[in-house]
Structures are given as structure tokens and as C-alpha cells.
Design a protein around this ligand. Structure first.
Ligand SMILES: Cc1cc2nc3c(=O)[nH]c(=O)nc-3n(C[C@H](O)[C@H](O)[C@H](O)COP(=O)(O)OP(=O)(O)OC[C@H]3O[C@@H](n4cnc5c(N)ncnc54)[C@H](O)[C@@H]3O)c2cc1C
Length: 418
């Protein structure tokens, strides 16, 4: 059992040579059976286990992770959180997630560096302004903060942007002041520590390679460390969702694509909030160390490789330079890729499957980091009660068959455009 972190402990350890810190969670050996097995030790799987134990009192739980905690998208994303959505299916869910972020560090007793520095979507045409007004009003009606900024207000925030670019002039912006960034891997570590303290077994290097079923119901999972019996399995495998459910004989309306992220050399503070470029696909924030953290479109082909290709690097950098030409000589330090579970309408799935006892949390595309707390909260509710939580009720699988898609971007069934 790890002890509470506090300023008193920090001071005491600093004068004792930091010899009193214990590992943040146990490296558990898998047991023969559990009440619930969560597959995938990313943010969503760990948050699910934490809320199962904390909110529902279900503590005989294992999280099985094929690699190590934080090796998936939870440790690879560009750390942006926001709840600036338009559609009724999305608005309450993402706002609930934002509220959970706001209390997360106190709840977990862990510094996840939640920084509500604002998220600014830039507008480059009258049509984009109209769309932003509509979205901003929908947010306000739901009690969510949003501010429409004119050009002068955007200039004050981002003076070095190219406002008078002949093709992409900046005409204003939609700001969500409560949006911002959170240190991504600290989220995984904080949830892992919190779940472990409540008795959850976090089992790393344990890949699920098959499901055992009897009469259409789950009886356990086959893993690289042996069979584990359970009647309830929650899948939170992000980019690997299609491959994992295929082992249970199911097919998903999901394609896997790579998304890349990039970090520049450290610079003096120049970007005070998260900024998205509305005339292309480019988003950027500045880390506390000074590096610009940025990204853009997914690589356009299906892949399970955690690395991307050079044309997309070029495309993302072109977007950045169109917006901020003065950064043309900044050096890029690092880039990496993660596998996105792109759903056909760009919205997630939190639902039962056709196999009794097998539950699904998937389809987060490249917006699932901000959803981590609410996703865990709602998936835990589904696993514990066998019913959808009210804020995730729209994320059912049958929406694709029934035509109730939640297409926030209005791009149709084109995963590469969501
Ligand atoms: C480059 C990049 C930038 C992004 N930027 C943002 C952003 O700014 N804001 C935002 O909201 N979202 C962003 N996202 C999306 C977000 O990171 C994901 O949607 C979210 O992290 C997915 O949930 P997760 O954390 O549970 O995934 P993961 O961390 O990928 O967890 C899934 C885990 O399942 C494990 N697994 C898979 N198969 C098996 C198996 N058979 N057995 C056991 N374990 C298995 C994997 O190893 C993995 O650790 C970004 C993603 C990427 C890659």
C-alpha cells in the first residue's frame, strides 16, 4: 500500500535522501479468476478499474496490459482536453469528463498537471464564424464556458500568428477557457496508483490472446500468462479493438490508423493556450519545458504500427508554418505515432456486445484522452450495473444500424476525415 503524497512527505524525503518512496503500484501476478477483467492498461482501462473499485465497490478486478502501463495512446497523445462540442450525444459526456478532470488531482492524490489554459479554435471565414457561434451557443445553453473572440482579442493572445495571410486570414476565434492540457502519462500513473490502492491487480506484460465462451457467454480470457476465469470482460484496447474483438468472433465499425505527434526544441513562452488552425488541420500548445507540442491529420492508410510516415510530417508542418511563419526555423526534436480506433462517425462506443459478459469501450479516434475520466466512469457503470450511464447512453453500437450516428464533424462514414 502506497502512502499519501503531501508537502510534509516531500519535505521529509528531501532531507532523507529520497529513500522512503515506494513504487506507485504493485506489479501484480495474475490470479486464477476475477469478478471483472479489464483488457488494456491505457487511460480508459485504468480509469474503469479505478471507478469500478471506488464508485461501485467492485474490487476483485484485474487490468491486463500486453505491454507496460502508458505504452499506448495514453502516453502518446498531445494532451489536449476540452468539452467544446455541439451535438446532444456528445455535450453532456465531454462536460462530465471536464468536471472530473477539474477534481482529478485531489481525488487521486496525484499531480497530473491539469492546466486549464484555454483552447482556442481559429476562424478563417464567415461560414466558420457562423458555425462557431452555433457551437458556442450550444455550449452556453448546456452551461459550458465559451467565448467568441474578435480579431483584436485573438491578436492579444497570439500576436505572432499570420493574421493577414491571403488564403487563410484569421477572422476571430472560439475560446473555451476551461479547456487546456494534462500531462498524459501522469494520468495513467495516477489512475494505476489509485486503482492499486483500492485492491485492483494491474498485470503488465500480459496479452489477451483469446476468449473462452460457453453458450454465448464469457467464462474467461486466454493470456500469454495463462487462463484467467471471469464472467465479465471490459475491452479498452483503443487502436487494437478490432483485432481483440475478432478473437471473440465479432466485427466492429472501426478502422485503425496512425496519428503522429511532434515536439520542438524548447522556446521561451509564446503560445499561452491550445491553438487549433481552422484552415488546415494543425493544433499546438507549449509544454511547461518550452517545447511546442503539435499534431495534425492521421496518416491516410490503415495500420497497426506505432510510427507514421514522412508525407504526413510535411503536411502537419505546412499547416503550422501557414499559421505561425515565424517558427519556420525552429527545430523539431521528436515525433512518434499511436494507433487510432477510428469509428465511422467519429464518436465512441461504450456498450455491451453480442457475447454475454463482453463489454466494449472503443472508437475514440484521436479525441479519447480528454474523455479518459468520463469514459472510465461510464464503462465502470456499465460493467457494474449492466446498464448505460445517462451521459454515455448515445454511444451504443446499434446506432450504426439504426442511423442515429453522432457525426460531430458532418463528414459521413469516412474515418480518415474524422
Ligand atoms: C499522437 C496522438 C495524439 C493524440 N492527441 C489527443 C489529444 O490531444 N486529446 C485527446 O483527447 N486525445 C488525443 N489522442 C487520442 C487518445 O490518446 C486516445 O483516444 C486514448 O488515449 C485511447 O484510450 P487509452 O488511453 O485507453 O488507449 P491506450 O493507452 O492505447 O490503451 C490501450 C491499451 O490496450 C493494450 N492492449 C491492446 N491489445 C491488448 C491485448 N490483446 N491484451 C492486453 N492489452 C492490450 C495496449 O497495449 C494499450 O496499452 C491522441 C492520440 C495520439 C496517438
Amino acid at each position: 500500500m502506497t502512502r499519501r503524497y503531501s508537502i510534509v512527505r516531500l519535505l521529509r524525503e528531501s532531507v532523507r535522501g529520497n529513500r522512503g518512496w515506494e513504487p506507485a503500484w504493485r506489479d501484480a501476478e495474475p490470479r486464477r479468476s476475477y469478478d471483472v477483467v479489464v483488457v488494456g492498461g491505457g487511460g480508459h482501462g485504468l480509469a474503469t478499474a479505478y471507478y469500478l473499485a471506488k464508485v461501485h465497490g467492485v474490487r476483485n478486478v484485474a487490468v491486463l496490459e500486453k505491454g507496460w502501463i502508458g505504452s499506448g495512446n495514453v502516453g502518446r497523445n498531445t494532451t489536449i482536453i476540452r468539452s467544446n462540442y455541439l451535438l446532444p450525444g456528445n455535450v453532456p459526456f465531454y462536460e462530465w469528463s471536464m468536471k472530473l478532470w477539474e477534481g482529478l488531482e485531489q481525488d487521486l492524490n496525484y499531480n497530473a498537471m491539469v492546466s486549464q489554459r484555454g483552447v482556442l479554435n481559429l476562424l478563417h471565414s464567415d461560414a466558420q464564424r457562423d458555425a462557431a457561434v452555433r457551437r458556442g451557443n450550444a455550449m452556453r445553453l448546456a452551461g459550458i464556458d465559451s467565448e467568441l473572440l474578435d480579431v483584436a482579442a485573438v491578436r492579444r493572445l497570439l500576436p505572432m500568428a499570420d493574421f493577414d495571410n491571403a488564403r487563410f486570414p484569421i477572422r476571430g476565434g472560439l475560446l473555451q477557457p476551461r479547456g487546456g492540457t494534462v500531462r498524459h502519462d501522469a494520468v495513467a500513473w495516477g489512475y494505476a496508483r489509485g486503482a492499486d490502492q483500492l485492491g485492483v491487480d494491474i498485470v503488465q506484460n500480459c496479452e489477451v490472446v483469446g476468449f473462452r465462451q460457453e453458450g454465448g457467454a464469457i467464462t474467461g480470457v486466454e493470456t500469454t500468462r495463462g487462463f484467467i476465469g471471469t464472467r465479465r470482460v471490459g475491452l479498452a484496447c483503443a487502436g487494437n479493438s478490432s483485432r481483440v474483438v475478432a478473437m471473440a468472433g465479432l466485427r466492429l465499425p472501426i478502422e485503425s490508423h496512425v496519428l503522429q505527434a511532434f515536439v520542438s526544441e524548447g522556446l521561451k513562452p509564446l503560445i499561452p493556450c491550445v491553438v487549433t488552425f481552422g484552415a488546415g488541420h494543425f493544433y499546438v500548445s507549449q509544454s511547461d519545458k518550452g517545447g511546442l507540442v503539435f499534431g495534425g491529420d492521421i496518416d491516410g492508410y490503415n495500420s497497426y504500427a506505432q510510427r507514421g510516415n514522412l508525407p504526413t510530417v510535411e503536411d502537419v508542418c505546412e499547416g503550422g508554418i501557414a499559421l505561425l511563419p515565424s517558427l519556420g526555423r525552429v527545430r523539431m526534436l521528436r515525433s512518434w505515432g499511436g494507433i487510432m480506433d477510428m469509428s465511422m462517425d467519429g464518436s465512441p462506443i461504450i456498450d455491451r456486445t453480442a457475447v454475454t459478459g463482453l463489454y466494449l469501450n472503443a472508437g475514440w479516434c484521436y479525441g479519447g484522452f480528454k474523455a479518459t475520466p468520463a469514459s472510465g466512469w461510464c464503462f465502470a457503470h456499465l460493467l457494474a450495473t449492466d446498464s448505460s450511464h445517462e451521459v454515455s447512453a448515445a454511444y451504443r453500437l446499434d446506432r450504426f444500424a439504426a442511423g442515429r450516428v453522432i457525426d460531430e464533424k458532418g463528414q459521413g462514414a469516412h474515418p480518415n476525415r474524422h
